[in-house]
Design a protein around this ligand. Structure first.
Ligand SMILES: NC(=O)c1ccc[n+]([C@@H]2O[C@H](COP(=O)([O-])OP(=O)(O)OC[C@H]3O[C@@H](n4cnc5c(N)ncnc54)[C@H](O)[C@@H]3O)[C@@H](O)[C@H]2O)c1
Length: 249
């Protein structure tokens, strides 16, 4: 699978899963725009990719600011003559009891995890339509299926991304744009540090998975590559679980 001459924008690109996705897509020939709020990590990742003779550029942006996001991504699409592949990957995941979440905290999670993705989509879709080719990949979560205690705003946001994926797929299909979602299972990244008992959580994960190894960020990266490539051109509106055979639906 190659992504030669494709412009890829990935949000939350310096995180545990994003980093390897950037590496895999850049190795496949893409010009990768690394969007994140973490400037130090973003510049370092872009430098690493360039040192390996691949193409990447860091884009500093706070997705909690939707006006800034609209401006940054619109400028980017003009500058590079269109984003071909958009990966809405960034997320925040505050964890506490249901009744402790204020409505403002709830809204911030929806802004970063969902609304920023809609803003990015709106900015890139016109040029995808002109080209009659585009890929949008939304990163949902296994928590969408079973709910997950102490993560209410996050779980709601991940469900929204599934609805968004289906609505966009239906509306954009006639323009040659596919829209799919990935539901990662439990990966040993920073996101997992919210669990108070890491060893117990690891055992819990392995008991639930059919495959008895922990997932690696590459497992997500390779799935993103498939959805970004021409090889997935007849698949749209789908949610694919990449979770070692935990959820089966
Ligand atoms: N790691 C897992 O086990 C797991 C499981 C299910 C779903 N997911 C999903 O996969 C995706 C990636 O997860 P991850 O484990 O890499 O998380 P992570 O926390 O390591 O990375 C998230 C990235 O988003 C960036 N970000 C956060 N707020 C931002 C903002 N306001 N503006 C710009 N960037 C911002 C962070 O700087 C970080 O680089 C997320 O959508 C997450 O919900 C992860």
């Amino acid at each position: 699978m190659n992504l030669n001459n494709k412009n890829v924008l990935i949000t939350g690109a310096t995180g545990g899963l994003g980093c390897d996705t950037v590496r895999v897509l850049a190795r496949a020939g893409a010009n990768v725009f690394i969007l994140d709020i973490n400037e130090t990590a973003g510049q370092a990742l872009a430098a690493e990719i360039k040192a390996n003779n691949c193409k990447a550029e860091f884009v500093l942006c706070d997705l909690a600011d939707l006006d800034e996001t609209r401006q940054r991504v619109s400028n980017l699409t003009e500058q590079c003559s269109g984003i071909d592949v958009l990966i809405n990957n960034a997320a925040i995941y505050p964890s506490k009891d249901l009744l402790e979440f204020s409505i403002d905290e709830y809204k911030k999670v929806q802004t970063v995890n969902v609304e920023a993705g809609i803003v990015c989509t709106n900015a890139v879709v016109p040029q995808m339509m002109e080209k009659q080719w585009g890929r949008i990949i939304n990163i949902s979560s296994i928590t969408f299926y079973g709910g997950w205690a102490k993560l209410m705003p996050y779980v709601v946001s991940k469900a929204s991304l599934v609805g968004l994926t289906r609505a966009l797929a239906r509306e954009l299909g006639e323009h040659g744009i596919t829209v799919n979602a990935i539901a990662p299972g439990a990966f040993p990244t920073d996101a997992e540090k919210i669990h108070p008992d890491p060893e117990g959580y690891k055992q819990f994960v392995l008991e639930h998975q059919s495959l008895k190894r922990r997932g690696h960020a590459r497992d997500i990266a390779n799935t993103v590559l498939f959805f970004a490539s021409d090889d997935s051109s007849f698949i749209t509106g789908q949610l694919l679980n990449v979770d070692g055979g935990w959820v089966m639906q």
